[in-house]
Design a protein around this ligand. Sequence first.
Ligand SMILES: Cc1cc2nc3c(=O)[nH]c(=O)nc-3n(C[C@H](O)[C@H](O)[C@H](O)COP(=O)(O)OP(=O)(O)OC[C@H]3O[C@@H](n4cnc5c(N)ncnc54)[C@H](O)[C@@H]3O)c2cc1C
Length: 582
Amino acid sequence: MDEKQIEQVTNELLNSGFAGEQIVAGKPLESLSISYYPPTYKNYLRVSPIPQSAEISSRRYSQILTVVEVAKRNHIGLQIISSGLNIGYGSDAPYAENTILIDLSSFDKIYQYNKILGQISLEPGVTQQALYDYLVNAGEEHWPDSTGSPIHSSIIGNYLERGFGHSPIAEHAEQIVTMTCIVPRGSESTPTIVSTAVNGSFSSIAKRPHVVSIGPNFNGIFLQSNIGIVTNMTINVLPKPESFVAYFVEVNNQTFSKFIETCRYLKQHNVIQSAAHVGNYIKTLQLLAAEYPKIIGSYDADTLKNTAKQYGLSDWMMSGALYGTKYQVKANIKELKRYLKPLGLKPVFMNEQKQALLSKLNNFAQKPSVRKFVNSAITSPVAPLRFLASRLAMLKGFVSLCELKKGKPSNYFLNTIYWRNLDKLKHDQANDPGQDNVGCIWGAPCSPIEGEDVEAIINLINNKCDEHKFEPAISCTLLNKRNIECVLSISFDRNKPTEEANALQCYKETMLNCASAGYLKYRLSTHSNEYFDSQLLGTDLPILSLKNELDPLNIIQPGKYKIVSDFFTPLGTENKKNQQKQ
Ligand SMILES: Cc1cc2nc3c(=O)[nH]c(=O)nc-3n(C[C@H](O)[C@H](O)[C@H](O)COP(=O)(O)OP(=O)(O)OC[C@H]3O[C@@H](n4cnc5c(N)ncnc54)[C@H](O)[C@@H]3O)c2cc1C
């Protein structure tokens, strides 16, 4: 966007009732985005609509409708954010040039909490923390499914990108009941507010939500797509179980493949009910280093393996939880033990009493005098002392993980992305990795829950990371009964341009290698959006096209998920006109 366009759009918004402080214009060619890797495209204008009515009504969203009208008139795209914390995948950066950022965080209403249905409705600005607090204050009869992302991440942005958490309702795309969306339509029509499904929508006659869908359900067309702005979402929340027991299993490389196969069996038989995460030793080292950075003296692969050995860390660590009635949980504990025993694996279970004890121990471990002891003992040449210190250092991580599985979000995990920036990390202060120029990029190739496949992904990742000298921090999540998602997070220092360029090259090669081997990612970063083309899908049939009907001017997040948009967003006449203008 040039200065003239920025001025034109700003004036139109001001004339439509926007206040000056709702519009932020960056200097030309200076991006407004906070990014963890260099954005391909930049935002020069940020608009923050605010609710125009306290009630859920079309008037409440009239400023969003105005922005859509202005974008249509001026042939500019809209990058939408709910909270813009899509860290590792592009944050709030757009997918194309000539785009303004629309920030929906002021729409933060939580409403229609239905305790019988276990459903709740919310707006884009509702954060993980806000939803958690709301449910606690409403009597803690339900838990949200929270992710490891920061507490101020949105619910809607995460659900729309097919994010996942830890509990039995971790597959977020499957937990959307209904949505309300604004679709732009063409130049001859005004934008429309539509509902995606009858199920969950509120009946003004019966004064309660419907529990069935009549006719088609259109939720799916708004996921990872670019045809509308979601203003409201109704989601399922988890009934607080009678019994909750977290568990941890240490696994070595030799048994890993068989372990994955056993996990599939246990997942398919509902013994593993939640989205259990299996992280490698680099992940565990990252948790430790976030607390005591001095343990990492070098990123050399052999040195890191040796460090992990010194602290008695296993190659892999699974963390999961059991939810249900007391008897169900007891039965599942038995079954987990029974099926893991032949592999020589022994899960450690944490019931509520043990969790409370862990929490108390952690409070003790956070005392300045104890931290001082840990800080000196953690690198001691005396093995038992070093071991004790490392276990005290890990307490915070275990407590945060147990709480996360009960829906309580935390900023604790954010510190782990400082891995290649440990000197910038401040203890017991809110860290701001964006401001600290911390680099990170994430990608998650997926496969069936099959030992051979998961090992193939891990080998592809390890080989590339080894070649480019980055640490393969991998966490594999058993998302559902079929699919395991292997998240690779590459950490780098943005103050070191060569390191940054290498990290991005490593990421690109790894993701393309995995995709070519049939291990597609479940979600695209703005980076991979540029080179993941439709050939990687290996499918001839076109995917149903709706872009021309709902957003023919292509103003909603142009370029997003191009991998399907060759089919999904064919250029209509109006699109072509728009392209020529750019
Ligand atoms: C330490 C750490 C841990 C993480 N752990 C997890 C994890 O466990 N699980 C996980 O899934 N992710 C995780 N993430 C990644 C990411 O931070 C989260 O997915 C986060 O929830 C996404 O950011 P957001 O909610 O602010 O979404 P936003 O950035 O607001 O939105 C994401 C995208 O969704 C679309 N969008 C947003 N709002 C709308 C709307 N109203 N209408 C239409 N389209 C919209 C846009 O394309 C936008 O780019 C983690 C990140 C970090 C740094």
